[in-house]
Ligand binder design. Structure first.
Ligand code: NDP
Ligand code: OXD
Length: 306
Protein backbone atom coordinates (compact mmCIF):
# COMPACT_ATOMS: atom_id res chain seq x y z
CA UNK A 1 0.00 0.00 0.00
CA UNK A 2 1.37 3.44 -0.95
CA UNK A 3 0.44 6.39 1.26
CA UNK A 4 1.29 9.98 0.45
CA UNK A 5 1.12 13.00 2.80
CA UNK A 6 0.14 16.38 1.38
CA UNK A 7 -0.69 18.83 4.16
CA UNK A 8 -0.07 22.57 4.10
CA UNK A 9 1.31 24.11 7.31
CA UNK A 10 1.56 20.75 9.12
CA UNK A 11 4.94 19.26 10.13
CA UNK A 12 5.07 15.97 8.28
CA UNK A 13 7.75 14.14 10.35
CA UNK A 14 5.70 12.82 13.29
CA UNK A 15 2.77 11.82 11.04
CA UNK A 16 5.04 9.91 8.68
CA UNK A 17 6.81 8.21 11.59
CA UNK A 18 3.47 7.24 13.14
CA UNK A 19 2.21 5.75 9.88
CA UNK A 20 5.44 3.83 9.27
CA UNK A 21 5.46 2.43 12.81
CA UNK A 22 1.85 1.22 12.61
CA UNK A 23 1.91 0.06 8.98
CA UNK A 24 5.45 -1.29 8.39
CA UNK A 25 4.41 -2.90 5.10
CA UNK A 26 3.23 0.45 3.64
CA UNK A 27 5.35 2.84 1.55
CA UNK A 28 4.83 6.25 3.15
CA UNK A 29 6.20 9.53 1.76
CA UNK A 30 5.65 13.27 1.69
CA UNK A 31 4.16 14.21 -1.69
CA UNK A 32 6.38 15.99 -4.22
CA UNK A 33 5.16 17.15 -7.65
CA UNK A 34 5.77 14.40 -10.17
CA UNK A 35 5.58 11.56 -7.60
CA UNK A 36 4.15 8.20 -8.73
CA UNK A 37 0.53 7.30 -8.04
CA UNK A 38 -0.33 6.50 -4.38
CA UNK A 39 -3.26 4.45 -3.06
CA UNK A 40 -4.18 6.65 -0.09
CA UNK A 41 -3.43 10.20 0.99
CA UNK A 42 -3.45 12.22 4.19
CA UNK A 43 -4.41 15.75 3.18
CA UNK A 44 -4.98 19.22 4.61
CA UNK A 45 -5.40 22.19 2.26
CA UNK A 46 -3.66 20.41 -0.64
CA UNK A 47 -3.11 22.21 -3.97
CA UNK A 48 -5.21 21.32 -7.05
CA UNK A 49 -1.96 20.06 -8.65
CA UNK A 50 -1.91 17.24 -6.09
CA UNK A 51 -5.39 16.10 -7.13
CA UNK A 52 -4.56 16.40 -10.82
CA UNK A 53 -1.43 14.26 -10.40
CA UNK A 54 -3.09 11.57 -8.22
CA UNK A 55 -6.15 10.50 -10.24
CA UNK A 56 -6.01 6.91 -8.97
CA UNK A 57 -6.33 7.63 -5.23
CA UNK A 58 -8.73 5.23 -3.50
CA UNK A 59 -9.26 7.39 -0.42
CA UNK A 60 -8.15 10.70 1.09
CA UNK A 61 -8.02 11.22 4.84
CA UNK A 62 -8.64 14.86 5.74
CA UNK A 63 -6.67 16.03 8.78
CA UNK A 64 -9.70 17.92 10.11
CA UNK A 65 -13.43 17.47 10.71
CA UNK A 66 -14.51 20.10 8.16
CA UNK A 67 -14.02 19.23 4.49
CA UNK A 68 -15.15 22.51 2.88
CA UNK A 69 -11.58 23.37 1.85
CA UNK A 70 -11.16 20.00 0.15
CA UNK A 71 -14.52 19.98 -1.63
CA UNK A 72 -13.63 23.27 -3.32
CA UNK A 73 -11.09 21.33 -5.44
CA UNK A 74 -11.70 19.00 -8.38
CA UNK A 75 -11.11 15.63 -6.72
CA UNK A 76 -10.09 12.28 -8.26
CA UNK A 77 -13.35 10.59 -9.32
CA UNK A 78 -12.88 7.33 -7.43
CA UNK A 79 -11.45 8.69 -4.17
CA UNK A 80 -13.51 8.50 -0.99
CA UNK A 81 -13.07 11.56 1.26
CA UNK A 82 -12.80 10.55 4.90
CA UNK A 83 -12.94 13.16 7.66
CA UNK A 84 -11.89 13.07 11.30
CA UNK A 85 -14.71 11.98 13.58
CA UNK A 86 -14.10 13.36 17.05
CA UNK A 87 -10.61 11.91 17.80
CA UNK A 88 -10.40 14.16 20.85
CA UNK A 89 -11.99 17.22 19.20
CA UNK A 90 -15.47 16.89 20.68
CA UNK A 91 -14.39 17.28 24.30
CA UNK A 92 -12.28 20.31 23.35
CA UNK A 93 -15.25 21.86 21.57
CA UNK A 94 -17.48 21.17 24.58
CA UNK A 95 -14.94 22.85 26.88
CA UNK A 96 -14.61 25.86 24.63
CA UNK A 97 -18.32 26.46 24.07
CA UNK A 98 -19.21 25.88 27.73
CA UNK A 99 -16.57 28.38 28.85
CA UNK A 100 -17.91 30.97 26.38
CA UNK A 101 -21.54 30.42 27.42
CA UNK A 102 -20.74 30.37 31.13
CA UNK A 103 -18.44 33.39 30.92
CA UNK A 104 -21.25 35.34 29.29
CA UNK A 105 -24.04 34.02 31.53
CA UNK A 106 -22.10 34.60 34.77
CA UNK A 107 -20.90 38.06 33.66
CA UNK A 108 -17.30 37.17 34.40
CA UNK A 109 -16.01 40.08 32.27
CA UNK A 110 -17.90 42.59 34.41
CA UNK A 111 -16.59 40.99 37.62
CA UNK A 112 -13.02 41.00 36.32
CA UNK A 113 -13.27 44.61 35.19
CA UNK A 114 -14.66 45.61 38.61
CA UNK A 115 -11.85 43.83 40.45
CA UNK A 116 -9.28 45.54 38.18
CA UNK A 117 -10.86 48.89 39.21
CA UNK A 118 -10.41 47.99 42.89
CA UNK A 119 -14.12 47.19 43.49
CA UNK A 120 -15.75 44.37 45.45
CA UNK A 121 -19.39 43.82 44.59
CA UNK A 122 -22.01 41.30 43.50
CA UNK A 123 -24.29 41.29 40.50
CA UNK A 124 -27.85 40.00 40.67
CA UNK A 125 -27.74 36.29 39.74
CA UNK A 126 -29.26 35.67 36.32
CA UNK A 127 -31.72 32.84 35.74
CA UNK A 128 -30.42 29.94 33.68
CA UNK A 129 -33.91 29.51 32.27
CA UNK A 130 -33.52 32.97 30.67
CA UNK A 131 -30.49 31.73 28.68
CA UNK A 132 -31.65 28.89 26.42
CA UNK A 133 -28.79 27.86 24.15
CA UNK A 134 -29.39 26.88 20.52
CA UNK A 135 -26.82 24.59 18.89
CA UNK A 136 -26.81 24.65 15.09
CA UNK A 137 -25.52 21.29 13.85
CA UNK A 138 -26.11 18.10 15.83
CA UNK A 139 -23.28 16.02 14.42
CA UNK A 140 -20.28 14.60 16.22
CA UNK A 141 -19.29 17.95 17.73
CA UNK A 142 -22.70 19.58 18.08
CA UNK A 143 -24.15 16.64 20.02
CA UNK A 144 -21.26 16.63 22.45
CA UNK A 145 -21.57 20.38 22.97
CA UNK A 146 -25.35 20.17 23.46
CA UNK A 147 -24.93 17.41 26.06
CA UNK A 148 -22.24 19.36 27.92
CA UNK A 149 -24.44 22.47 28.06
CA UNK A 150 -27.38 20.41 29.29
CA UNK A 151 -25.11 19.04 32.03
CA UNK A 152 -24.79 22.63 33.30
CA UNK A 153 -28.59 22.76 33.29
CA UNK A 154 -29.00 25.31 30.50
CA UNK A 155 -32.14 24.72 28.44
CA UNK A 156 -30.69 23.44 25.13
CA UNK A 157 -32.20 23.51 21.64
CA UNK A 158 -30.59 21.75 18.70
CA UNK A 159 -31.06 22.18 14.95
CA UNK A 160 -30.03 19.74 12.23
CA UNK A 161 -30.84 18.98 8.59
CA UNK A 162 -32.65 15.72 9.33
CA UNK A 163 -34.77 15.13 12.47
CA UNK A 164 -32.79 13.95 15.51
CA UNK A 165 -33.88 12.85 18.96
CA UNK A 166 -31.52 13.63 21.83
CA UNK A 167 -32.41 13.12 25.45
CA UNK A 168 -32.73 16.41 27.32
CA UNK A 169 -32.41 18.53 24.14
CA UNK A 170 -35.33 20.13 22.29
CA UNK A 171 -34.66 19.41 18.65
CA UNK A 172 -35.73 21.14 15.42
CA UNK A 173 -34.83 20.32 11.85
CA UNK A 174 -34.79 21.68 8.34
CA UNK A 175 -35.84 25.05 7.00
CA UNK A 176 -39.32 24.60 8.53
CA UNK A 177 -37.87 24.22 12.03
CA UNK A 178 -35.33 27.05 11.80
CA UNK A 179 -37.57 29.94 12.84
CA UNK A 180 -38.94 28.15 15.93
CA UNK A 181 -35.41 27.06 16.87
CA UNK A 182 -34.11 30.65 16.69
CA UNK A 183 -37.13 32.08 18.48
CA UNK A 184 -36.49 29.73 21.41
CA UNK A 185 -32.75 30.53 21.72
CA UNK A 186 -30.83 33.34 23.43
CA UNK A 187 -27.33 31.99 22.90
CA UNK A 188 -26.58 30.72 19.39
CA UNK A 189 -23.73 28.26 18.85
CA UNK A 190 -22.74 27.43 15.28
CA UNK A 191 -21.40 23.93 14.62
CA UNK A 192 -22.60 23.45 11.05
CA UNK A 193 -20.37 22.33 8.20
CA UNK A 194 -19.77 25.00 5.54
CA UNK A 195 -21.89 24.08 2.51
CA UNK A 196 -23.78 26.08 -0.14
CA UNK A 197 -26.86 25.81 2.16
CA UNK A 198 -25.12 27.12 5.28
CA UNK A 199 -22.79 29.82 3.90
CA UNK A 200 -23.75 33.26 5.37
CA UNK A 201 -26.37 31.64 7.64
CA UNK A 202 -25.34 33.85 10.57
CA UNK A 203 -26.84 37.01 9.13
CA UNK A 204 -29.09 39.93 10.13
CA UNK A 205 -32.29 37.97 9.51
CA UNK A 206 -31.12 35.02 11.64
CA UNK A 207 -29.99 37.32 14.46
CA UNK A 208 -33.24 39.30 14.40
CA UNK A 209 -35.20 36.10 15.13
CA UNK A 210 -33.22 35.27 18.30
CA UNK A 211 -34.48 36.34 21.72
CA UNK A 212 -33.43 39.92 22.56
CA UNK A 213 -29.99 40.29 24.15
CA UNK A 214 -28.76 37.20 22.34
CA UNK A 215 -25.14 36.07 22.24
CA UNK A 216 -23.44 34.41 19.24
CA UNK A 217 -20.67 31.80 19.33
CA UNK A 218 -19.17 30.81 15.97
CA UNK A 219 -16.80 27.85 16.13
CA UNK A 220 -17.50 26.33 12.70
CA UNK A 221 -16.33 28.41 9.73
CA UNK A 222 -15.83 32.12 9.11
CA UNK A 223 -17.87 32.00 5.90
CA UNK A 224 -20.97 31.17 7.94
CA UNK A 225 -20.97 34.70 9.34
CA UNK A 226 -21.88 37.98 7.63
CA UNK A 227 -19.41 40.04 9.61
CA UNK A 228 -20.95 43.50 9.24
CA UNK A 229 -24.40 42.14 10.24
CA UNK A 230 -22.90 40.90 13.51
CA UNK A 231 -21.25 44.23 14.26
CA UNK A 232 -24.42 46.19 13.38
CA UNK A 233 -26.63 44.00 15.59
CA UNK A 234 -24.25 44.25 18.54
CA UNK A 235 -23.96 48.00 18.13
CA UNK A 236 -27.76 48.33 17.91
CA UNK A 237 -28.10 46.40 21.19
CA UNK A 238 -30.11 43.46 19.80
CA UNK A 239 -27.10 41.20 20.35
CA UNK A 240 -25.17 41.32 23.61
CA UNK A 241 -21.90 40.19 22.03
CA UNK A 242 -20.08 37.31 20.40
CA UNK A 243 -17.26 34.82 20.77
CA UNK A 244 -15.59 33.98 17.46
CA UNK A 245 -12.98 31.32 16.77
CA UNK A 246 -13.14 31.24 12.96
CA UNK A 247 -12.98 33.98 10.33
CA UNK A 248 -13.49 34.63 6.63
CA UNK A 249 -9.81 35.51 6.38
CA UNK A 250 -7.42 33.49 8.53
CA UNK A 251 -5.16 34.68 10.06
CA UNK A 252 -7.55 37.48 11.01
CA UNK A 253 -5.98 40.74 9.72
CA UNK A 254 -4.39 42.81 12.49
CA UNK A 255 -6.56 45.84 11.64
CA UNK A 256 -9.89 43.92 11.39
CA UNK A 257 -12.82 45.65 13.15
CA UNK A 258 -13.42 42.52 15.28
CA UNK A 259 -10.01 42.99 16.92
CA UNK A 260 -11.00 46.23 18.66
CA UNK A 261 -14.70 45.59 19.32
CA UNK A 262 -15.29 45.59 23.10
CA UNK A 263 -18.12 43.01 22.91
CA UNK A 264 -16.43 40.49 20.62
CA UNK A 265 -14.05 37.89 22.01
CA UNK A 266 -11.60 36.22 19.65
CA UNK A 267 -9.44 33.11 19.49
CA UNK A 268 -7.30 31.98 16.52
CA UNK A 269 -9.20 28.89 15.23
CA UNK A 270 -8.13 27.07 18.38
CA UNK A 271 -11.41 25.79 19.82
CA UNK A 272 -10.80 22.13 18.85
CA UNK A 273 -7.35 21.24 17.57
CA UNK A 274 -6.55 18.13 15.56
CA UNK A 275 -4.75 15.84 18.00
CA UNK A 276 -2.06 13.92 16.14
CA UNK A 277 -2.00 10.70 18.14
CA UNK A 278 -5.77 10.30 18.33
CA UNK A 279 -6.25 11.23 14.68
CA UNK A 280 -3.47 8.93 13.48
CA UNK A 281 -4.92 6.04 15.46
CA UNK A 282 -8.33 6.67 13.86
CA UNK A 283 -6.88 6.92 10.33
CA UNK A 284 -4.70 3.83 10.75
CA UNK A 285 -7.73 1.86 11.98
CA UNK A 286 -9.62 2.97 8.88
CA UNK A 287 -6.74 2.17 6.51
CA UNK A 288 -6.64 -1.33 8.00
CA UNK A 289 -10.41 -1.66 7.65
CA UNK A 290 -10.17 -0.59 4.00
CA UNK A 291 -7.44 -3.17 3.39
CA UNK A 292 -9.81 -5.84 4.80
CA UNK A 293 -12.56 -4.55 2.51
CA UNK A 294 -14.72 -3.31 5.39
CA UNK A 295 -16.98 -0.22 5.16
CA UNK A 296 -15.90 3.02 6.88
CA UNK A 297 -17.67 5.69 8.89
CA UNK A 298 -16.84 9.36 8.36
CA UNK A 299 -17.01 9.13 4.57
CA UNK A 300 -18.12 12.48 3.19
CA UNK A 301 -21.19 12.56 0.96
CA UNK A 302 -20.09 15.12 -1.60
CA UNK A 303 -23.65 15.84 -2.81
CA UNK A 304 -24.46 17.08 0.74
CA UNK A 305 -21.13 18.88 1.12
CA UNK A 306 -20.29 17.22 4.47
P1 NDP B 1 -20.92 16.50 11.36
O1 NDP B 1 -20.88 16.26 9.89
O2 NDP B 1 -20.77 15.36 12.28
O3 NDP B 1 -22.27 17.26 11.75
C1 NDP B 1 -22.85 18.22 10.94
C2 NDP B 1 -24.22 18.60 11.51
O4 NDP B 1 -24.71 19.74 10.78
C3 NDP B 1 -25.26 17.48 11.33
O5 NDP B 1 -26.10 17.43 12.45
C4 NDP B 1 -26.04 17.94 10.10
O6 NDP B 1 -27.38 17.52 10.04
C5 NDP B 1 -26.01 19.45 10.32
N1 NDP B 1 -26.27 20.16 9.04
C6 NDP B 1 -25.58 20.10 7.89
N2 NDP B 1 -26.14 20.87 6.95
C7 NDP B 1 -27.24 21.42 7.52
C8 NDP B 1 -28.27 22.30 7.07
N3 NDP B 1 -28.28 22.77 5.81
N4 NDP B 1 -29.24 22.63 7.93
C9 NDP B 1 -29.27 22.15 9.19
N5 NDP B 1 -28.32 21.32 9.69
C10 NDP B 1 -27.32 20.96 8.87
O7 NDP B 1 -19.77 17.60 11.65
P2 NDP B 1 -18.90 17.81 12.98
O8 NDP B 1 -19.83 17.94 14.12
O9 NDP B 1 -17.82 16.82 13.07
O10 NDP B 1 -18.22 19.22 12.64
C11 NDP B 1 -19.00 20.38 12.39
C12 NDP B 1 -18.11 21.50 11.87
O11 NDP B 1 -17.30 22.04 12.90
C13 NDP B 1 -17.08 21.11 10.80
O12 NDP B 1 -17.69 20.99 9.52
C14 NDP B 1 -16.10 22.26 10.86
O13 NDP B 1 -16.49 23.27 9.99
C15 NDP B 1 -16.22 22.75 12.30
N6 NDP B 1 -15.00 22.52 13.07
C16 NDP B 1 -14.34 23.59 13.62
C17 NDP B 1 -13.21 23.40 14.37
C18 NDP B 1 -12.51 24.54 15.02
O14 NDP B 1 -11.42 24.37 15.56
N7 NDP B 1 -13.08 25.72 15.05
C19 NDP B 1 -12.65 22.06 14.61
C20 NDP B 1 -13.43 21.00 14.01
C21 NDP B 1 -14.56 21.24 13.26
P3 NDP B 1 -27.76 15.93 9.98
O15 NDP B 1 -27.59 15.47 11.40
O16 NDP B 1 -29.15 15.91 9.52
O17 NDP B 1 -26.77 15.31 9.03
C1 OXD C 1 -11.42 21.11 11.41
C2 OXD C 1 -10.83 22.35 11.89
O1 OXD C 1 -12.28 21.14 10.55
O2 OXD C 1 -9.74 22.30 12.45
O3 OXD C 1 -11.05 20.06 11.94
O4 OXD C 1 -11.42 23.41 11.73
Amino acid sequence: MKITFCCTDIKSGPWIEGLRAALPEAEVSVWQPGDPQADYALVWAPPQQFMDEQPGLKAMFNLGAGVDGLLRLKLPAGAAVVRIEDAGMAVQMAEYVCQAVIRHFREIDAYEAGMARGEWGFRKPRRRSDFPVGVMGLGVLGQRVARALAHFEFPVNGWSRSPRELEGITTYSGAQGFGDFLGASRVLVNLLPLTPDTRDILNADTFSRLLPGAYVINVARGDHLVEQDLIDQIDSGHLAGATLDVFRTEPLPADHAFRRHPRIKLTPHASARTLREDSLAQMIGKLQALARGEPLTGVVESHRGY
